[in-house]
Ligand binder design. Structure first.
Ligand code: HEM
Length: 517
């Protein structure tokens, strides 16, 4: 036999033996982990080899998306988490299922969720992101871990202090004002009442706000990024329920080619925005988010910490993160709040009275907004019932004890926020109802557990933009209520869908009536 034949033969043997060992490992691991949980009294669906329960999840979610809810029903779980509802009724609150080759344990007890989320030693890190999510948000703050995350958070945090946020109110209000002027024109053309799909309007508005406040640009300038990210979001959402095959992302498939093209578009537009700052004649890059990141990229030997804190590539990734999460999340919070105000006219009136009392009819400032107690309560109730983030995931970095359970290393933990937010034992018998007054004594007193509201998460990885989002939402809601009366269009279909974030599947058409007509 020639040398080449020997080498090829050896390669084939190595390949077959690795495959065999991988197969044995997978089968043995599935069996061992399932047995370990069964012994602790945790059951769950068996699932299939390799794909686990993915097929069942897909078919239940598909059926869920066909459900149309009554507009007064706030229980979105049969649409967005139908598999959890089914398995909870079969196996109890805590159960094990397999997502492809990954064991997943569902945590619905707010105390256990708190222990996972507030672990300061990094023993419950985030799950390694799939390539399509990395393409969408980059390896920015939300996806980094350990020392890398500390470094990123250190650079980014100063852009979100309360003092900084207060100074952004003017910009937020200016963006809202220009959207509302367009609404006014449309209503005038329609001679009074006008039907309008409001969720896309609010998405454009929040894109404009994040562009102005964090990047010193505008929606128009960043439009290419937002549009490309929308397409990347669709690609990512489509691959969420697929088993990730390592290496597949490098193959020049049609899908990957399309993804690469979109990634290039995002990168080029961001580079253009960054270049604008580099070309500026000022000695500093400014103190908005982009400016702070770019300062941290300068190598300054005079500083206590020599060298760069963030590289240009890391800045690029942070830009992707903030462009995306900075607008998507808040726009959906605004959309659902408008929906709730349309379906609860008495609350709409109460809020308008409060806004006119505290802010008059002019542009509200940060001090005025801080007095809007009822508006805050309604926003919190919107976050409870229609929080944009439906669930979170973590994994066990080593064998961990959680309550009475031992969680084996590499098990993934799912925290289904939408289910925890509706637990009647935690929130009371009216958990499925819209009752903003539950927040009258603050978030920690609204439920039986002080950390039951998880819309922004808790612990060290809690949302860095939560105060920004709340300030923006208050500004926009106050300014809408000053100018318009809102009611639901008869064309609205109540179909909340988890398309990465919770949003109305068919948009939110409303009837808009200017108050001065
Ligand atoms: C209603 C609006 C928002 C909601 C409901 C929301 C929700 C969340 C949640 C639940 C997390 C934790 C995710 C996890 O641990 O898996 C998170 C993290 C994060 N959010 Fe938000 N968010 C909102 C607005 C914003 C805004 C406006 C920004 C930026 C301007 C932002 C930036 C981030 C970042 C960077 C992280 C990662 C933080 C870290 O890991 O250190 N979010 N958000």
């Amino acid at each position: 036999m020639s040398n080449l034949g020997l080498v090829l033969g050896a390669l084939v043997v190595v390949l077959i033996s690795s495959l065999w060992r991988g197969l044995v490992y997978l089968i043995w691991r599935t069996f061992a982990i399932t047995k370990r949980f069964r012994k602790q009294g945790v059951g769950g669906p068996c699932g299939k080899f390799w794909s686990g329960s993915l097929e069942e999840i897909r078919s239940m979610k598909k059926a869920g998306r066909k459900l149309i809810l009554d507009i007064n029903s706030h229980d979105i779980t049969p649409r967005v988490l139908p598999h959890y509802l089914k398995w909870m009724s079969q196996y109890g609150q805590t159960f094990l299922y397999w997502f492809g080759p990954h064991p997943m344990i569902c945590i619905t007890d707010p105390e256990l969720a708190k222990q996972v989320l507030s672990n300061k030693f990094g023993f419950f890190p985030k799950v390694t992101p799939i390539p399509s999510i990395l393409a969408l948000v980059g390896k920015g703050l939300s996806l980094t871990q350990g020392a890398e995350w500390v470094r990123h958070r250190h650079v980014v945090s100063p852009a979100f202090t309360m003092d900084k946020l207060k100074t952004m109110t003017n910009k937020m209000a200016a963006c809202a004002q220009s959207m509302l002027e367009r609404w006014q024109d449309l209503a005038t053309q329609a001679e009074g009442q006008r039907e309008m799909e409001v969720s896309s309007q609010l998405q454009e508005l929040t894109s404009d706000v994040i562009s102005h406040t964090a990047f010193g640009s505008s929606y128009v300038e960043g439009k290419e990024v937002f549009q490309a990210q929308k397409e990347l979001q669709t690609l990512a959402a489509e691959s969420l329920l697929n088993v990730n095959i390592p290496g597949y992302q490098y193959l020049p498939s049609r899908r990957n080619l399309h993804r690469w093209k979109l990634e290039r578009r995002v990168r080029n537009t961001l580079m253009h925005i960054i270049q604008g700052r580099l070309d500026s004649k000022d000695s500093s890059y400014g103190n908005d988010l982009l400016g702070l990141m770019m300062e941290s990229c300068r190598s300054d030997p005079g500083q206590e910490r020599k060298g760069q804190l963030l590289s240009m590539n890391e800045i690029m990734d942070e830009c992707k993160t903030f462009f995306f999460v900075g607008q998507e999340t808040t726009s959906h919070l605004l959309t659902w709040t408008v929906f709730l105000l349309c379906t609860n006219q008495e609350w709409q009136e109460r809020l308008r009275e409060e806004v006119l009392r505290e802010c008059g009819t002019g542009i509200p400032n940060a001090d005025m907004l801080s007095k809007l107690k009822l508006v805050t309560m309604v926003l919190l109730e919107a976050l409870r019932l229609y929080g944009p983030v439906v669930m979170m995931q973590r994994m066990a970095a080593k064998d961990m004890t959680l309550g009475n359970l031992v969680i084996p290393k590499d098990t993934r933990l799912v925290i289904p926020i939408a289910i925890i937010h509706r637990n009647k034992e935690v929130w009371g018998a009216d958990a499925d109802e819209f009752n903003p007054l539950r927040f009258k004594n603050g978030i920690s007193k609204a439920a039986k557990h002080p950390n039951a509201l998880l819309a922004f998460s808790i612990g060290p990885r809690a949302c860095i933009g939560q105060n920004f989002a709340m300030l923006e939402a208050k500004t926009v809601i106050a300014m809408i209520l000053q100018r318009f009366s809102l009611s639901l269009s008869p064309n609205y279909i109540h179909a909340p869908a988890d398309m990465f974030f919770l949003q109305p599947q068919y948009g939110l058409p409303i009837l808009l009536r200017p108050l001065n007509v």
